[in-house]
Design a protein around this ligand. Structure first.
Ligand code: NDP
Length: 253
């Protein structure tokens, strides 16, 4: 019960990576606010543990984030652990990207992390303990072909967390980014369907294609990302700050 009594907030906490991290934090004693746009899905997810608390919040809508996080803090206390995980992936070739696609990806993946972390930080007082974690991607450290806006947004997330670690270096708060390769979650399921339709191959072949970038030739399990997040939240990681941690099976492309 390492995090007993702490309030954690996980954006995109109703599915995939976010839900797995949220459950682990709840099992470690935290009261965990899980957020997303789809309230029904959040309510279903929250039945998995009595310390999971659903909150409808759209990270691309600043007022929704600021009001939502302030309300969660009134209910469960300052947000000591914030996992800015919500994100979208929409592959599109560079030449086909228009401003509405670019803005949609940036609004969720980069602006969403910025406003989430800022609103969470606003609930903390001087000297408070805190762990701020953003879920970037292997696309945050290298170019992902055919997903330029996604790649740029995830690079931006790493810059944001590094900059925050400098700005708050003397505080009792760390800021880090996790950079997974392909993880077996709904995002990858949708991506595999898209690739299968575009290339005229089966979904299984598309999944194998995605796993092929990982030199272990496998999709990651959500538990691998959760393990890293829980370590970052532990006291033994108190000096890990401003880092981007690749969890990608040595993926190079
Ligand atoms: P999911 O699609 O399961 O999770 C995405 C989550 O983000 C959903 O819960 C969704 O909830 C939420 N979300 C999306 N847009 C918004 C929004 N505007 N406001 C609030 N919530 C939103 O996929 P993953 O679990 O895989 O993805 C989680 C994160 O991990 C993402 O940032 C993704 O880029 C990153 N990642 C994933 C990898 C993978 O291979 N799976 C690899 C590298 C990084 P709702 O629809 O209810 O809003």
């Amino acid at each position: 019960m390492e995090h007993e009594g702490r309030h954690a907030l996980v954006t995109g906490g109703g599915t995939g990576i976010g839900l797995d991290i949220a459950q682990a934090l709840a099992e470690a004693g935290a009261n965990v606010t899980i957020t997303g746009r789809n309230l029904n899905r959040l309510e279903d997810a929250a039945t998995a543990h009595p310390r999971l608390h659903p909150l409808q919040m759209d990270v691309s809508d600043e007022a929704s984030v600021r009001d939502g996080i302030a309300a969660a803090a009134r209910a469960r206390g300052p947000v000591a652990i914030c996992v800015a995980n919500a994100g979208i992936a929409e592959p599109l070739a560079f030449a086909d990207i228009d401003m509405s696609h670019w803005r949609r990806i940036m609004a969720t993946n980069l602006d969403g992390v910025f406003v989430t972390v800022q609103a969470a930080m606003a609930t903390l007082g001087p000297g408070d303990w805190g762990r701020m974690i953003a879920i970037s991607s292997i696309a945050g450290v290298r170019g992902l072909k055919g997903a330029l806006a996604y790649t740029a947004s995830k690079h931006g997330v790493i810059g944001l967390m590094r900059g925050l670690s400098e700005e708050y270096m003397r505080a009792n708060i760390t800021f880090n980014a996790l950079c997974p390769g392909y993880v077996d979650t709904p995002i990858v399921a949708r991506n595999a369907e898209y690739i299968a339709a575009r290339r005229g191959i089966s979904v299984d072949e598309a999944r194998a294609y995605l796993a092929g970038g990982n030199r272990h030739k496998t999709l990651l399990d959500v538990a691998e990302i959760t393990g890293a997040a829980m370590w970052l939240c532990s006291d033994s990681a108190r000096s890990v700050n401003g880092q981007m941690i690749q969890i990608a099976g040595g993926q190079v492309s």
